[in-house]
Design a protein around this ligand. Structure first.
Ligand SMILES: Nc1ncnc2c1ncn2[C@@H]1O[C@H](COP(=O)(O)OP(=O)(O)O)[C@@H](O)[C@H]1O
Ligand SMILES: [Mg+2]
Length: 263
């Protein structure tokens, strides 16, 4: 089933990115549809993280355009992207270990109560809302008052995802979310990603682990040396083909795959 006629929730069109003499991306396009989990694969240095950082407002593209729900956007910072519902969960987690779970979820977005000229952080409201949000996502922790440094890697990743989805996120971008996790924790994080769909959130997942890609994604696209290489609905491609794409090998090729001309 092709969704080409739909307006993507986020789209990159002809994006290039140069770091001095280094071409990280050249004329790359990406479409993410509503409620879709898109896997992005590619060898080290293929440009995956750079593309995600552009979508999340961390870098401006050197050329090309970004659209959110069909509207051309110019993100000047991750805050601009976040304000439009585009969130990124970073590889290094970026949580504050010495703070509680609820404080991490609200970090930089504290609920404030006004009392005359004074402003208080509304702890009770944050605590309640954090608890409800974790329950909604079926994330199990002993207490939202626990400090993040007491959590396992998988729980931390879950809290990072909870943080990303606590404020009307439309898109969550995850760069290698399972890379640092113990095997038995990986499945929980992947199930959480699957569940985001039920909350109307679209996901871009970068992973080296094809098990992850084949477990959660609806579609997979490969970058090769900073360019679009191939993409296909997951149901119509084999693991070996995707491994081939990562190495820059176009054949054998499924009928449903879209293969790009590298020239
Ligand atoms: N901030 C940067 N400055 C200079 N070069 C960079 C920077 N970020 C990435 N690159 C280069 O851009 C290319 C793509 O990198 P990256 O997007 O991290 O690839 P991937 O995530 O697929 O491994 C690589 O050649 C990398 O060295
Ligand atoms: Mg990377």
């Amino acid at each position: 089933m092709t969704r080409e006629h739909e307006v993507p929730v986020i789209e990159a069109r002809g994006v290039s990115k140069y770091f001095g003499a280094v071409t990280a991306l050249e004329n790359v396009s990406l479409k993410l549809y509503h409620g879709e989990v898109l896997g992005v694969v590619g060898d080290n240095g293929a440009g995956k993280s750079t593309l995600m950082k552009i979508l999340a407002g961390l870098y401006p593209p050197s050329a090309g355009e970004i659209f959110v729900e069909g509207k051309l956007v110019h993100f000047r910072s991750p805050k601009d992207a976040r304000d439009m519902g585009i969130e990124m969960v970073y590889q290094d987690l970026a949580l504050a270990g010495n703070l509680r779970i609820d404080e991490n979820i609200f970090l930089g977005r504290e609920r404030v109560r006004k009392f005359g000229p004074f402003r208080f952080i509304d702890n009770a409201a944050s605590l309640k809302q954090a608890k409800e949000h974790l329950e909604k996502l079926k994330i199990e922790v002993k207490s939202v008052r626990q400090k993040v440094e007491e959590l396992s890697g998988g729980q931390r990743q879950a809290v990072a995802i909870a943080r990303a989805t606590a404020f009307d996120a439309k898109v969550v971008i995850m760069d290698e979310p399972t890379a640092a996790l113990a095997v038995k924790e990986v499945r929980k994080v992947l199930d959480l990603i699957k569940d985001l769909k039920n909350h109307g959130i679209s996901v871009i997942l970068i992973s080296h682990r094809l098990d992850d890609i084949f477990y959660v994604c609806d579609r997979v696209m490969a970058l090769f040396r900073g360019r679009n290489f191939a993409e296909a609905p997951l149901a119509e491609v084999t693991r070996n083909e995707v491994i081939g794409w990562i190495m820059g090998n176009k054949s054998p090729v499924t009928q449903a795959a879209k293969i790009f001309d590298l020239n």
